[in-house]
Design a protein around this ligand. Structure first.
Ligand SMILES: Cc1cc2nc3c(=O)[nH]c(=O)nc-3n(C[C@H](O)[C@H](O)[C@H](O)COP(=O)(O)OP(=O)(O)OC[C@H]3O[C@@H](n4cnc5c(N)ncnc54)[C@H](O)[C@@H]3O)c2cc1C
Length: 280
């Protein structure tokens, strides 16, 4: 463990035990965990928007967001199986062990958004990195203006955290807009790509910040609509995903131009993203 200012960072993998595994959507599971050493657990403080490096012993290590609210949730990860390491994680059961290094990265700018309207726009599993911020903002409802969640996926069964969203909707004034790409039996809400919901939602512009997370095509279309609505580039925030190895700014694996996503990011404003000169 090392100290950076007041933050305790686990720099070598600390062993954590999987307490519970929850099936979310196809190929995505949530893993609740606790640290084997309670002292590590007590000092493991995260900011919304940060990430960890998760070791699956015998398989490898990968970067993963921290979707839990540091204030109120049990530590957990929501992971899509895409390759060797994430598939090995999906094979784990309660009682099995993983390694955790981190937390790393800058996190979302909470103090700067206090008092503002907050728009969350997510596509598919892009809701995972936004989850902790949504929970935080809803828990501090009175500190914010309008709070909107605009969320879409290819099909209804690919919408993440639907059971949680039902709970979140009980918060007064939380506005939700959902869509799926094509009509399907049993779906009586909107149909079409997620960016088509920006105009009907009459998104606020003044004193507003928008958090956008999802696949590149969706991201670019949403940015276009938010821009048309009048949001400035610096009022749009997103997280970048790049292959990571060290997580601490040494290996340069996640470099884009002069920025290192692991230490300077993964949270950037759209104004910053534009200067990186690389397609998101
Ligand atoms: C900061 C950060 C946060 C992340 N948060 C989450 C999360 O909360 N949940 C989650 O499921 N995944 C998340 N990811 C992605 C996750 O790290 C990768 O899916 C994982 O590394 C895949 O490892 P693997 O060995 O299973 O697959 P690999 O064999 O490494 O990759 C399988 C396929 O996925 C592609 N791929 C792998 N990693 C990335 C990446 N970072 N960007 C684009 N394509 C990639 C590969 O090119 C390959 O086609 C995050 C990544 C970053 C950098």
């Amino acid at each position: 463990m090392s100290e950076t200012g007041s933050k305790a960072i686990v720099t070598v993998p600390a062993v954590a035990v999987i307490d519970e595994v929850r099936d979310e959507i196809e190929d995505v599971k949530t893993f609740y965990f606790s640290f084997e050493d309670p002292a590590v657990g007590a000092s493991f403080r995260v900011r919304s928007g940060q990430f960890i490096m998760c070791t699956v012993f015998g398989a490898g290590e990968f970067a993963v967001s921290l979707p839990f609210s540091p204030e109120s949730d049990r530590p957990h990860l929501s992971v899509r199986q895409v390759g060797k390491v994430t598939r090995a994680l999906h094979d784990l059961r309660p009682g099995d062990k993983i390694g955790v290094r981190g937390p790393f990265g800058n996190g979302f700018p909470f103090e700067e958004i206090k008092g503002k309207n907050v728009i969350y726009v997510a596509g598919g599993i892009g809701l995972i990195p936004l989850r902790s911020s949504i929970v935080h903002v809803l828990q501090h409802r009175k500190d914010f203006g309008r709070i909107l969640l605009i969320y879409g996926s290819k099909t209804a069964k690919e919408l993440m955290y639907r059971y949680m969203i039902d709970e979140w909707k009980k918060t007064e004034g939380f506005e939700t807009y959902f869509t799926i790409d094509n009509p399907e039996p049993g779906w009586d809400d909107r149909v079409g790509f997620v960016h088509t919901l920006i105009a009907p939602a009459s998104v606020p512009v003044k004193d507003t910040v928008a958090f956008v997370c999802g696949p590149p095509l969706m991201f670019n279309a949403v940015i276009g609509e938010l821009g048309k609505a009048g949001l400035k580039d610096e009022a749009i925030v997103s997280t970048l995903e790049r292959h990571m190895k060290c997580g601490i700014g040494k290996c340069q694996h996640c470099a884009i131009g002069r920025t290192l996503v692991c230490t300077d990011g993964p949270v950037y404003t759209y104004r910053q993203i534009k200067t990186l000169g690389e397609q998101i």
